[in-house]
Design a protein around this ligand. Structure first.
Ligand SMILES: Nc1ncnc2c1ncn2[C@@H]1O[C@H](COP(=O)(O)OP(=O)(O)O)[C@@H](O)[C@H]1O
Ligand SMILES: CC(=O)OP(=O)(O)O
Ligand SMILES: [Mg+2]
Length: 405
């Protein structure tokens, strides 16, 4: 089976397009190994940068302005081609795209055609930072190889099991339904993967395990997972609701919007921009990198301390709320950039929650480690876990399963 024409098409390219970045991985699904990983940052700026690392080669960095996600993906395709793994490679089975908003319709991974593209486009108003980037990525990939199957894996899909008492807002039913206003939830691929991995870490069946997952990246969300299914999650119609994030406010009184419009004369777009891009940690202290915030706080910076405290206070409220939603909690799992790396955030979030059965082993918590692990003491009733998320692997697995079936 080593001849060129007989090599199986078992590779999947995964594209995770954020508002100003693209993360990508090329995976071999025979052994789930990574053949290349990379990142394009600062898309839309003069200082765009691509970092590409093939599994068996040197890390390469390219700096050139990339105006949009199309230009970024074209540059990624060129890097892959230089390693003999271009988008026209017969070994490539499919491209899996992370698509942030799938609305109510997409409850599972879906092969992309014109109609699916149109539906993703229709959802742009409820995911303005994300769906346009996803669409550009998909269109460019299709132009580069029209024959290649493209699969959309939706952030919202995992949350479609939420019961209506969790997904419906308490507003007029007819108005809500006419405009598809409800809570959808996001980061679903991560919540699904991490809740399953947490059960595995505990040596338990995911179908009988209840987990609170705290996905703390730049965007951040919490979910209550009962027996492998989402019972509630903190993001809503859009990825703005819930936890305090890098640049997003999370929960606020909706009347803040009317107030800013009436009293400060701000337009709808201006308030939208304020809450999505100039709020959260950035709005509170000018920084959205948790490393920097903790460093400043430790040097006595009052604004950084307040930002940290507000971030953690919100997190603790959700831990309490989801303990009540689930009734019995087996584990709280921290994941994504902040969750996996910030021992001070984990400590402040769990400290004093003995009443909920939670505790932390401060030594285990401060160890650096990139594998899933427990950081709670043996005697704690509820386990606390740090579980690295792997959205790319999960997207590749779902994509590959779909194109093979
Ligand atoms: N060592 C670290 N300590 C604390 N926070 C970290 C560390 N590494 C990364 N982060 C945080 O993780 C965030 C990015 O998380 P990530 O999950 O990659 O987000 P996204 O996928 O939304 O880009 C950074 O903004 C930073 O705040
Ligand atoms: C949905 C969402 O917030 O995604 P990200 O964390 O990639 O911004
Ligand atoms: Mg992320």
């Amino acid at each position: 089976m080593s001849g060129r024409n007989t090599s199986p098409a078992n590779r999947v390219l995964v594209l995770n397009s954020g508002s100003s970045s693209v993360k990508y991985q090329l995976l071999d699904m025979a052994d789930r190994s990574r053949l290349a990983v990379g990142l394009v940052e600062r898309i839309g700026e003069e200082s765009s940068r691509l970092v590409h690392t093939p599994a068996d080669g040197e890390r390469r960095e390219r700096r050139a302005p990339m105006g949009d996600h199309g230009a970024a993906l074209t540059a990624v395709a060129a890097e892959l081609a230089a390693d003999g793994m271009g988008l026209d490679s017969p070994r490539l089975a499919a491209i899996g795209h992370r698509v942030v908003h799938g609305g109510k319709r997409f409850t599972a991974p879906t092969v992309i055609d014109e109609e699916v593209l149109a539906e993703i486009e229709r959802l742009v108003p409820v995911a303005p930072l994300h769906n346009p980037a996803n669409l550009t990525g998909i269109r460019t990939a299709r132009a580069l190889n029209p024959e290649l199957p493209q699969v959309a894996v939706f952030d919202t899909a995992f949350h479609t099991t939420m019961p209506e008492h969790a997904s419906r807002y308490a507003i007029d039913v007819e108005t809500a339904d006419a405009h598809r206003v409800r809570r959808y939830g996001f980061h679903g691929t991560s919540h699904a993967y991490v809740s399953r991995e947490t059960a595995r870490l505990l040596g338990r069946d995911p179908a009988e395990t209840n987990v609170i997952v705290l996905h703390l990246g730049n965007g951040a969300s919490a979910s209550a997972v009962r027996g492998g299914e989402c019972a509630d999650t903190s993001m809503g119609l859009t990825p703005l609701e819930g936890l305090v994030m890098g640049t997003r406010s999370g929960d606020i009184d909706p009347a803040v919007v009317f107030h800013l419009s009436r009293v400060a004369g701000m337009s709808t777009d201006e308030v939208d921009e304020l809450l999505n891009k100039r709020s959260g940690l950035v709005g509170l202290c000018g920084d959205n990198d948790m490393r920097e915030i903790v460093r400043r706080r430790d040097e006595g910076d009052a604004r950084a301390k307040l930002a940290f405290d507000i971030y953690v206070h919100r997190l603790r409220k959700y831990i309490g709320a989801y303990t009540a939603v689930l009734g019995r909690v087996d584990a709280v799992a921290f994941t994504a950039g902040v969750g996996e790396n910030s021992a001070p955030v984990r400590q402040a979030a769990i400290e004093g929650l003995e009443g909920l059965g939670l505790g932390l082993d401060t030594e285990l918590n401060s160890e650096r480690c990139d594998r899933a692990r427990l950081v709670s003491p043996q005697y704690a009733r509820v386990a606390v876990a740090v579980v690295p998320t792997d959205e790319e692997l999960e997207i590749a697995a779902q994509t590959y399963a779909l194109v093979r079936s």
